[in-house]
Design a protein around this ligand. Structure first.
Ligand SMILES: Cc1ncc(C[n+]2csc(CCOP(=O)(O)OP(=O)(O)O)c2C)c(N)n1
Length: 290
């Protein structure tokens, strides 16, 4: 069980010792429980891709991102951009757990007037760096943040989470070219490579592979493919990624869409469908309890 009090004691504003793997697993499980619970309450939204990247997002927020839940606009903060904005339940969960807003706010997902809209709204929700959901735009925004850090003489890093279906968007590759051209050395992209998108296997819709060769050809340092559900592998990849090398970096993470909920794993049908009350009970049982 996650000890929220312990989590809230962490000083996220500075470099810190790695959280023990047992704590990481507890946080990621809580995030998955939050995701299915808030989606069932909302009656709509995207479980598959949210569940699949929970381990990566937990690893970034707990161990790498320098941020301040009490001061979301802290100028020195590292930036996290959820480019695949439809997966916002994962972001809302970690923001709630870290204390950006009361954790129970997650139950207002997609309700009229809520700060937690169906796609992230940076004007409404503290901790959301940029509104997203129109796929393909987040990396370009991240480049702007990276260049701004240089112009402002600041040392923050920019983390951008991309989907593999999203990587079929032309703008992603324009951004890939621009980031290398502008030597966006503090830009760390993370690819959630779960092989599925909205209506089928990514390779069948429009094959964006081979990712490592393509990113390397665009002038990036490529790390992985790493196991996006194994904290040892995630930490090893991100440790290397935050060591500057003069180029933008992408970590490729192999993941399972729907990870943690047996009947959602690798099922394209669970891309954008909310669990019913019965589904929720089964999902929570998979995730360690009622
Ligand atoms: C520009 C744009 N086109 C289409 C969509 C509709 N859409 C929402 S999610 C999705 C698939 C995304 O697949 P992927 O990036 O692999 O996300 P994941 O599988 O991790 O959920 C699509 C096409 C969109 N949000 N934006």
């Amino acid at each position: 069980m996650l000890d929220l009090g312990e989590l809230r004691k962490i000083d996220f504003t500075r470099a810190r010792p790695k959280a023990p793997v047992s704590q990481m697993k507890d946080v990621a499980t809580q995030m998955r429980r939050d995701i299915v619970t808030m989606l069932a309450e909302a009656g709509s939204g995207h479980p598959g891709g949210s569940l699949g990247c929970a381990d990566i997002v937990a690893a970034v927020y707990l161990n790498y991102l320098r941020h301040n839940p009490k001061d979301p606009a802290w100028p020195e903060r590292d930036r996290f951009v959820l480019s695949k904005g439809h997966c916002c339940p994962v972001l809302y969960s970690i923001l709630g757990l870290c204390g950006y807003f009361p954790h129970e706010t997650i139950m207002t997902l997609r309700k009229l007037g809520s700060i937690l809209q169906g796609h992230p709204d940076s004007k409404k929700c503290p901790g959301v760096e940029i509104s997203s959901g129109s796929l393909g735009q987040g990396l370009s925004a991240g480049i702007g943040m990276s260049i701004a850090s240089r112009l402002d003489g600041k040392s923050y890093r920019v983390f951008v989470l991309l989907g593999d279906g999203e990587s079929e968007e032309g703008q992603v590759w324009e951004a890939a070219m621009a980031a290398a051209h502008h030597k966006a050395h503090n830009l760390i992209a993370m690819l959630d490579n779960n092989d599925l998108q909205i209506d089928g296997p990514v390779r069948e819709v429009m094959n964006p592979h081979p990712f490592p060769d393509k990113w390397r050809a665009f002038g990036w340092r490529v790390i992985g493919p790493a196991d996006g559900h194994d904290f040892g592998s995630i930490f090893a990849a991100l440790d290397e990624a935050v060591t500057p090398c003069g180029k933008p970096t992408i970590c490729i993470f192999r993941t399972t869409k729907g990870k943690g909920v047996s009947f959602m794993e690798n099922q394209v049908d669970w891309h954008g469908r909310a669990p019913s009350k019965e589904d929720l009970a089964k999902a929570l049982a998979d995730l360690g309890g009622p």
